[in-house]
Design a protein around this ligand. Structure first.
Ligand code: HQG
Length: 178
């Protein structure tokens, strides 16, 4: 991806997941922002073509454009309070969470909690989990007993861009990969 696309993707993440107030914009309750408003308020040069290119080429498909083409939102990863109306579905029996070794003691004491985001993020593959963990330091993979969470009635969601999400994971459902 070229640097203009990467820069725009990071800008969209900031506005659509974390701080829309940076450009004095407000997301609706489901996280949508009008594309015209985004372009008008953005301080960096933004065009509809550039936005569409970011949406289509984004490695993790982080953003979605509404069916009518007028709105954009992030598919997951928010720290602000939005309701993406996820539907709970049955997860694979095992999911993975990549984290850094420095967080292990705390995680094994209190379980996984969303920290600054709305959900705990889980992956279907170890490879993704390693990449996620590396962002924080020396990676370590946790195996999550998603089947037992599901059987216990806990809601687990799959975002449009295939990230598994849940509210928290208790210590009893976590194993450290050796
Ligand atoms: C850790 C990226 C101490 C947790 C990725 C993680 C993902 C605890 C960190 C998405 C803890 C939070 C999310 C506890 C959890 N004590 N540490 N009790 N519970 N933690 O960035 O999962 O590129 O908010 O293990 O692909 O790393 O942004 O979450 O290390 O899907 O699209 O607290 O971000 O996607 O860090 O990553 P994050 P994450 P994007």
């Amino acid at each position: 991806m070229n640097s203009k696309i990467v820069k725009t993707s990071k800008f969209l993440s900031l506005i659509l997941r974390h701080k829309p107030e940076t450009i004095a914009a407000k997301l609706d309750s489901e996280g949508w922002l009008s594309i015209d408003e985004l372009i008008a308020k953005s301080k960096t040069p933004l065009t509809r073509e550039l936005i569409e290119e970011v949406v289509v080429t984004n490695d993790k498909k982080r953003f979605t454009i509404s069916e009518d083409g007028n709105f954009i939102r992030a598919s997951q990863g928010h720290s602000i309070n939005v309701d993406l109306q996820f539907k709970a579905i049955e997860p694979p029996s095992i999911l993975y969470h990549g984290t850094a070794t420095r967080f292990l003691a705390s995680i094994l004491k209190e379980g996984l909690t969303p920290q600054n985001r709305q959900h705990v993020h889980l992956s279907a593959t170890k490879t993704t989990a390693v990449a996620v963990g590396k962002r924080h330091g020396k990676p370590v993979i946790l195996t999550i007993d998603a089947a037992s969470l599901f059987k216990g009635g806990q809601e687990i969601y799959l975002s449009e861009n295939s990230v598994w999400l849940t509210n928290a994971v208790p210590v009893s459902a976590i194993k450290v990969e050796s």
